[in-house]
Design a protein around this ligand. Structure first.
Ligand code: SF4
Length: 510
């Protein structure tokens, strides 16, 4: 195997800003990345993943999304380039979530970063990994510091020994959520596959039936959902194509070979762009509840040229079953919904159709065309929809509404429980159930009922624990209110004032 260690003719990468990483400040890191030659890549990320009130990750490192997509794909090696602490956290999290692959890592030091040797080290790692007996694809992910330092992954070879090489920048200061980081890699892989398919014959997707007309679902869905959606599409004469993000390279060709793509999760901006470049129409929202399913089937039928009588027959057959499931599983509760999965608006629609009152939906995802039908439906029913919702906004809404049940992220659930409000973690409890078709219509009622029944238990717990664990009751090792050392506050104040005076003098050249 070629070592590929030749030195490239290019300027050494400037070092990223001091204190770089999550805490260096987004603007500092962005400026460093632009100065290091990443201006175009940063402009693309800014356009695809627009900012909102929460600019920096409030949960896990965003790059986890891209790493997870790489690790879930067969015959794919995923290599990280970044600070050791970031890679430790990312590899820990990926194995916590059941990754069965090794996470590749190219370490760096200040010297290898400044001299450009890091790029040579990455290049060597890619050549060493590109074994066609083991891999179809090698993915390299630049984390914050290598991105801010301009490590040019676009200069890596596009393929080695028939193994595709894909390099992407996924910095926390450019990609706001781990959901959107999934799109960075899914979109890059789909683009590669599209260009391959346009250049000539490609591998035949598994289970391809030539005459079938397929719809590609975009988003990491609960495993039963694609099956359920397939049953909804069948009366229209359509089937489900391999889903994206895919589990195998050749599935990308199968995904592209569709009559329409369905952006069920609405934040896959780069991925939907590739479908549009391939001439495939994209449909937003998803088949939730009666209204959502009817509108979605109509949208699919429109772009897939399904005759009106076939559509009418499908709706007449499918919608009563969904209505029946909703009526059999009514929800009577006031619920706030927040999360970062991208399906928050769909879940809120389903809850409302089942009878719940949902005053607030917050999603970490940005507003895109693909969630517009859901936003409009919800707003027409008086729901406040908050895109790019921060934890503070989600908590404020929950405190304002005092719901019977709060669906949300881990810190929101913690806050809710401390207030005696029943709460459920969206990712584990809501995303782990079917959402679409008749199966989805009945899935949420059970957990909502079980949780809201526990309201009085929560109130008893809050009363029992009182102030324990909060304020001066936090921590352990003392039973009295801690005593402040005499004069400590005055000394700290004088020290702060002296520092401020010194800084002001320095600024004036004194
Ligand atoms: S790669 Fe992730 S953990 Fe590391 S500095 Fe960037 S956002 Fe933070």
């Amino acid at each position: 195997m070629t070592s590929g260690n030749a030195t490239m003719d290019r300027p050494p990468a400037p070092p990223a800003a001091d204190g770089s990483g999550c805490h260096a400040g987004r603007d500092t890191m962005l400026e460093a990345a632009r100065a290091a030659g990443k201006g175009e890549a940063m402009a693309r990320l800014m356009a695809d993943y627009p900012r909102g009130p929460h600019d920096q990750p409030q949960s896990m490192c965003p790059a986890f999304g891209a790493l997870r997509i790489g690790l879930r794909m067969r015959r794919t090696a995923t290599i990280l380039s970044g600070s050791a602490c970031c890679v430790y956290g990312l590899s820990f999290t990926s194995h916590f979530y059941g990754a069965r692959r090794s996470v590749g890592y190219v370490p760096f030091s200040s010297e290898t970063l400044v001299t450009g040797q890091l790029f040579e080290d990455i290049r060597k790692a890619v050549y060493d990994s590109a074994n066609p007996d083991q891999y179809d694809t090698v993915v390299v992910i630049n984390l914050c510091v290598p991105t801010a330092s301009g490590v040019p992954l676009d200069l890596l070879p596009k393929q080695i020994n028939g193994v595709r090489i894909i390099g992407i920048d996924v910095p926390g200061f450019g990609v706001p959520t781990h959901a959107e980081a999934k799109d960075v890699l899914a979109g890059a892989m789909l683009r590669y596959a599209r260009l391959e398919a346009e250049a000539g014959p490609v591998a035949r997707p598994r289970d391809l039936v030539e005459e079938e007309r397929r719809v590609t679902l975009i988003g990491e869905l609960f495993p039963a959902d694609p099956v359920g959606i397939g049953a909804l599409l069948a009366p229209l004469g359509l089937t489900v194509a391999p889903q994206l993000p895919s589990r195998e390279w050749r599935d990308l060709y199968g995904a592209l070979d569709c009559v329409a793509a369905a952006a069920v999760h609405p934040f896959y901006t780069a991925t939907t762009r590739e479908f549009q470049a391939a001439g495939r129409p994209v449909v937003g929202s998803g088949p939730v509840g009666v209204d959502g399913t009817a509108a979605w089937l109509e949208a699919i039928a429109r772009v897939a040229d399904v005759p009106a009588d076939k559509l009418d027959a499908a709706k007449a057959r499918l919608l009563p079953a969904i209505r029946g499931a909703l009526e059999a599983n009514p929800i009577s509760a006031r619920i706030t919904v927040s999360g970062y999965e991208g399906s928050e608006l769909l879940v809120a629609r389903l809850l409302i159709e089942a009878g719940a009152v949902v005053p607030y939906v917050g999603t970490a995802a940005p507003r895109t065309d693909w969630s517009d039908p859901d936003r409009e439906w919800l707003q027409a029913r008086g729901v406040h929809v908050q895109y790019r919702a921060s934890l503070e906004q989600d908590v404020a809404a929950m405190q304002d509404v005092r719901p019977d049940l709060a669906l949300g992220t881990t810190p929101l659930v913690q806050k809710a429980k401390s207030l005696g409000i029943p709460a459920l973690y969206f990712t584990n409890m809501v995303s782990a159930r079917p959402l679409f078709g008749p199966a989805g219509a009945g899935a949420l009622a059970g957990i909502v009922a079980a949780q809201t029944r526990g309201t009085s238990r929560f109130a008893r717990m809050v009363e029992f624990f009182g102030d324990v664990g909060s304020g001066e009751g936090a921590g352990y090792g003392w039973s009295d209110v801690p005593k402040e050392p005499a004069g400590a506050r005055d000394r700290a104040r004088r020290a702060r004032e002296a520092r401020a005076r010194a800084a002001a003098n320095q600024a004036m050249g004194g």
